[in-house]
Design a protein around this ligand. Structure first.
Ligand code: ADP
Length: 260
């Protein structure tokens, strides 16, 4: 914009133009920061298990391998760290696929009872091991939703995996409802677990954001599960929200389009 003395002479439209330009640059800077934070996070997340692996390899080379008990213990840790790396890389690949512009949705009419039911069955053993009740509350007349089956399965897997991880006791429920005139079906995954403190609720869908990094790591989390879930729901034209109370439990609620 020319000098301030010219302000009076600048027509209204051009003044708005200048404001918009400033905002664009700010947005670009923000995106650039988000990108470099992401690269820093990925590097850190990759380096942590690799550093551990390197340490155990050196210990084994320097003689720890001679004691069978130590050797077994170290190899178990190394196997776990390797699993963690593989899980992280798989999540990163999923996320980059979901964020690429040419991601293809193979949408078909799906019965939630069958997609959710299959995933619930997958988690039955894990839930039983913690004595958690794992329940489905799906009305028999629930209309089918229009979604990509693999992606919808991924949503249930990530949400149930978290529900099981972060629930020491009680129950996990998958619920769905459709209002007669509504074009969207509402789905909920709720638990009676540790809950999420209010100040974190707005950020848990961000990549690598965790309430308790050490606990998530201990439980084998990558910090990417919820951002993958949100991407999938939004690609389907739906949205997701979370409601939680510390010590009482958490509900993830999302909406998917009903099949025509
Ligand atoms: P992670 O791999 O760490 O579980 P997610 O992206 O799946 O990563 O979740 C991000 C964070 O949100 C978790 O680290 C945890 O702090 C919190 N969280 C997610 N689901 C739940 C839940 N059901 N109960 C309590 N906290 C949860």
């Amino acid at each position: 914009r020319p000098g301030d003395e010219a302000e009076e002479a600048v027509p209204e439209g051009e003044r708005w133009g200048a404001v918009a330009l400033v905002r664009d640059v700010t947005e670009l800077r923000r995106l650039e920061r988000v990108r470099s934070d992401f690269v820093a996070n990925v590097s850190h997340e990759l380096r942590t298990p690799l550093t551990a692996l390197k340490g155990f390899i050196e210990a084994l080379q320097e003689g720890a391998a001679e004691d069978p008990a130590t050797r077994t213990r170290f190899l178990d840790i190394m196997a776990r760290e390797t699993d963690r790396l593989v899980a992280l890389i798989n999540d990163l690949l999923d996320l980059s696929h979901l964020e690429s512009r040419n991601v293809e949705l193979r949408r078909t009419p799906l019965e939630l009872a069958s997609v959710a039911g299959a995933v619930v069955a997958m988690f039955a053993r894990k839930a039983a091991a913690k004595r958690l009740a794992l329940e489905q509350d799906l009305p028999p007349d629930l209309p089918p939703v229009l979604a990509d089956e693999d992606m919808l399965r991924q949503v249930f897997i990530n949400l149930l995996d978290n529900a099981v991880k972060y629930t020491p006791s009680g129950r996990i429920t998958v619920r769905a409802r459709a209002e007669p005139q509504e074009p969207l079906v509402r789905v909920e995954v709720s638990d009676t677990g540790i809950g999420i403190p209010r100040q974190h609720l707005g950020r848990i869908f961000e990549r690598f954001y965790r309430v308790d990094r050490a606990r998530s790591r201990e439980l084998g989390g990558t910090g990417l599960g919820l951002s993958i879930v949100r991407h999938i729901i939004e690609l389907h034209g739906g949205r997701i929200e979370v409601e939680s109370e510390v010590g009482a439990g958490t509900t993830f609620r999302f909406w998917l389009p009903r099949a025509p």
